[in-house]
Structure formats: C-alpha cells, structure tokens
Design a protein around this ligand. Structure first.
Ligand code: GLU
Length: 514
C-alpha cells in the first residue's frame, strides 16, 4: 500500500509570509489536494528571540487570504498536534532520550572558544572538512557520566556513521542527489542551553506527523543529508523530498527586500487579487502546459505535479504580476469585484454616508438599480450602485487601490478636489463659464431620467450650439464635476454621482470662474 500523502508547510514566524514561502505553501497545498492527501501547517517557532505570535497570526492571515486551507494546524488542530514547535519540546526530549539509548548521539563538552580555535586551525591547514574534529565522540563512558553529573556545559551531537557510504536520495525535482559521508559533520542536535536545533526537530516532527513528502526551498538542500541521518538514527523512514529552486529578482539575485515588496501582505495592500497572486506564484517554477498562464486554483490543484517543475530559478517580475492582476480584474465580473474592492474602499475611509454601506451581516445590501433619490440622499447601501462602477474601471484599473483613485470623486460629497493643472487647462478658458451655464440649463430638466444615455442625449448638442469642440465642452464638465481630466467615462460618472451633487459641483465650478 502506498503511503497516504501528507505534506506540510513549516514557516518560521520570524517575519511576514514572503513570496518564496507563499509559493512553497501553494505547491504543498496543490500537491495535497491533487492526491486527496492532507496539508498540514506547522509553525516552527523554536527561536524565541525572533519568533512572534503576531508574525504567526500574520502568516495565517496571508495564507487564508491567498485562498489556501489546511487540514491540520493552528486554529483548527488535528490528530498530530500541537502544531507549534514551541509546544512540542516533550516530544523532542523523548526522541533525544531514544537516540542516547541507541548510541547515535554523544555529548560534546568543547567550549565555543575551543571550537573556534579548532575551526581556524583546520582552515589554516587547508583541510577539506573544517567541521568538528569529533574529539568528544569516543570519551570513556565514566568520564562522560562524571562531567555531566558535575554540571559541565555540553551540547549533544549526532554520531555520523563513518562506514555509511554517501548519503543519497531521489529528489523529486533535482533527481538523484548524493553527499559524501566524509563531508558530514557530527552536527549539534541539542544546544548547551537545552534547545534542540532545526535539523533535529524538523525530523522528529515530520516523523511524528507522518509526513510523506517534504516540499521546500532548495536553500534546505544541504540540510537534507543531515536530516536523512537523523531519520536513520531514529529508525524511521525518510519522507520523499522535493526542493524548489530559488526565486530571483529581475537582476538575477535572490529575491529580497532590496527588490521592493516581498511580503504577501504588501501585495494585498497594494490591491492585488489573491487569485492573481496565487496564479502568478504557481507559475514561478511550475507550468500547466508550457503556454497557459491564466488558470484557477482548481486547475492548479487538479494538475500540479513535480514533472512540470523547473530546476532553474524563477524570476519574479512585478510587471507580469501586474498584468495578470489586470487580467483578473477584467474577467472577474461586477459582483466579485465589489466583494474584493470593498475592503480597500473602507480602508481609505470612503463612504457615501458614514458607516452604513453594510447591512447587519456585514454585506452590502443588495437591491434593484439605485434610484437617483437614493444616490442624491447619499444612502448608498445598494450593491447595484457599486456594481455599476465595475464596467467603468474594469478595463483601466490594474490594481484595486487604483480604483480608489479613479472613483474618489464619487465619495467626496459636495466637495471637489481640483487638480490645478486640469483646472488651468480645461476650466480657466474663455467661454467655459457659458458652457457650464448651458449645461446647468439642460440638467435642470427634472423630467429627464438621470441615466447616462439620457444625460448624453441632453448634453450632446452643446458643442455645436456653443461652437466649441466636443472635447473642450466635455472635459470642462468632467473637471467641474470630478476635479480632473482622467475620471472614468463622463456620463456614467454623472449618473453615479447623482443629480444633486452634479448640479452643485457644476455651479461651484462656475463660481470659481466668475
Ligand atoms: N522553518 C523552515 C523554514 O522556514 C522550514 C524548513 C522545512 O520546510 O524543512 O525555512
């Protein structure tokens, strides 16, 4: 019987979830889902100085925002918990005791100063292996017992079996990978302060959580032979390994803060859609069929496999990500758009009437298309009003925060924030006061439906009547109402703004000119 697929994402909460970690999480998740297996989230918080609960909460939030779900882990528990390493010390101690009993570990009494001196001497002598010289490996048992009972400070090291032969494994991405045993150090598994090291605890956890595949960044490739030796010492089967190539910045160097935003949260704040980010990250090292770039998370989890993972490092290109985001905005439809946009809108404090955008359940009220009375009264709890914004911005906004900028004029009441350049260019010109006056005359007709087609109809003949180019007339109205030359299509904008505001703003702009 083949082993059920159980994979884990094991972030250290020493910072935000970054792009590389998110990709690792996505691949683990997709692999588990493809094979009907379990995806475990384990928080590797054994470094108390650098791990914080806020970072853990943030990582969890970012993973959820990306649309990932896990079967076991923080917040949901599971049969293999606890899922925070800081709560698993009893398991580590027990495993250490087992290794002491079977003779696979030994205490090392060398002080840090002694170790440094040995390393420097080995380097000076140009030795190929500058690791620990194993001087404590074969101390007599009674000496060891005495030094320990005397309270002498010591670490515990793994006794690398010298007759082992190369440590070899079949990496699912890199193929057969081998490390000569001569290069393997008797590495420390328990520090002198009693804290276990990563290479030790990761194995205990992967064994006791029954992990079948370890999928992680190739920065851990050199840890893998050490971990294989720990599995062997524990008498436990090693999982399969799949190491993922690094993600590089556009300059070919490993992606880091130098390249700009690298955390998932930063991309969320900028108005990237989780579906677009997930899609883009999935492509950093994996391909569906070599050509398709836009696909859903369902497609990813139905098709993900190691056969299409590249060994070459992937380059993170924000321009491509932005393009993908705009493709998702174009395709998402009004309803999804409103749900995704609302948090951004609220974050900048844009509301039409204080905090009544939402009903008691926290959703926008739904309804029939907003009436002009509703719009004029500023009581826009009507979902349709927000959905009507979508076609105006869908083709132009690359990110959701840009939608806020494009639609700010709809949320500023009677006030208009004038862009000085636009005012100079479009309003402060001879004849424009007349344009605005005529426009007000036309809009004063209360029988006219306040809808974009009717508005267009009403204002269409103004340029001819005034003997001005349409662009001059309509840009003037646009700047009067929206404050700048780059608002969404004019008549739709007037419809959404409402009769009362539109008229008040045109009057105010005319006064500005008088
Ligand atoms: N906590 C490790 C890291 O964040 C996980 C390594 C692993 O997956 O084994 O790099």
């Amino acid at each position: 019987m083949t082993r059920p697929v159980r994979v884990r994402f094991a972030p250290s909460p020493t910072g935000n979830l970054h792009i590389g970690g998110a990709r690792t999480a996505i691949y683990n998740w997709a692999f588990a889902r493809r094979h009907g297996g379990s995806f475990v989230l384990r928080i590797e918080d054994t470094d108390p100085e650098r791990s914080t609960t806020e970072n853990t909460a943030q990582i969890v939030r970012s993973l959820r925002w990306l649309g990932l779900d896990w079967d076991e882990g923080p917040e949901i528990g599971g049969n293999y918990g606890p899922y925070l390493q800081s709560q698993r010390f009893a398991t580590y101690n027990e495993a250490l005791e087992r290794l002491k009993r079977n003779g696979s570990v030994y205490p090392c009494f060398c002080t840090p100063d002694e170790l440094n001196a040995k390393r420097e001497a080995a380097q000076a002598a140009n030795l190929s292996n500058t690791g620990y010289d194993r001087s404590c490996r074969d101390l007599p048992a009674d000496e060891v017992a005495k030094r320990i009972s005397d309270g002498e400070s010591h670490t515990w090291r793994l006794k690398v079996p010298l007759d082992h032969g190369p440590v070899t494994f079949d990496d699912l991405v890199f193929g057969t990978t081998s490390f000569p045993i001569e290069q393997m150090d008797d590495f420390i598994i328990l520090r002198s302060d009693g804290s276990p090291t990563y290479n030790f605890v990761v194995c205990i956890d992967d064994v006791s959580m029954d992990i079948s595949h370890v999928i992680r960044g190739d920065d851990h490739l050199s840890n893998t032979p050490k971990q294989i030796l720990v599995y062997e010492a524990l008498g436990a089967p090693a999982p399969h390994f799949a190491h993922l190539s690094m993600i590089l910045g556009p300059d070919g160097k490993r992606l880091s803060k130098r390249h700009g935003a690298t955390s998932v949260e930063a991309y969320q704040q900028q108005g990237f859609l989780p579906e677009a980010l997930l899609n883009y990250l999935a492509l950093l090292g994996w391909s569906l069929d070599g050509e398709t770039t836009v696909f859903s998370s369902d497609t990813l989890k139905e098709n993900f496999g190691f056969d299409r993972i590249s060994r070459n490092p992937a380059v993170f290109d924000e321009t491509k990500l932005t393009w993908m985001n705009s493709a998702y905005i174009k395709a998402m439809g009004a309803s999804f758009f409103v749900d995704a946009w609302l948090p951004y809108l609220q974050e900048v404090g844009f509301t039409r009437n204080g905090d009544t955008l939402l009903d008691a359940s926290g959703a926008l009220l739904s309804g029939t298309p907003a009436t002009v009375e509703e719009v004029d009264a500023d009581v826009i709890t009507n979902r349709c009003w927000y959905e009507a914004i979508y076609p105006l911005v869908a083709e132009r906004a690359k990110k959701l925060d840009e939608v806020n900028a494009m639609t700010a004029f709809l949320f500023s009441g009677d006030k208009v924030f004038y862009d000085e350049k636009s005012v100079e260019k479009c309003l402060r010109k001879p004849g424009i006061d007349k344009v605005l006056t005529r426009c007000l005359d036309e809009l004063a007709n209360e029988d006219m439906l306040w809808q974009h087609a009717e508005l267009e109809e009403a204002l269409r003949s103004l340029p001819e009547q005034l003997d001005l180019k349409p662009k001059v007339v309509f840009q003037a109205v646009r700047v009067a109402v929206c404050g700048n030359m780059v608002s969404p299509p004019l008549f739709e904008s007037l419809e959404l703004l409402g009769r009362k505001r539109t008229i008040a703003r045109i009057k105010a702009a005319r006064n500005l000119l008088l």
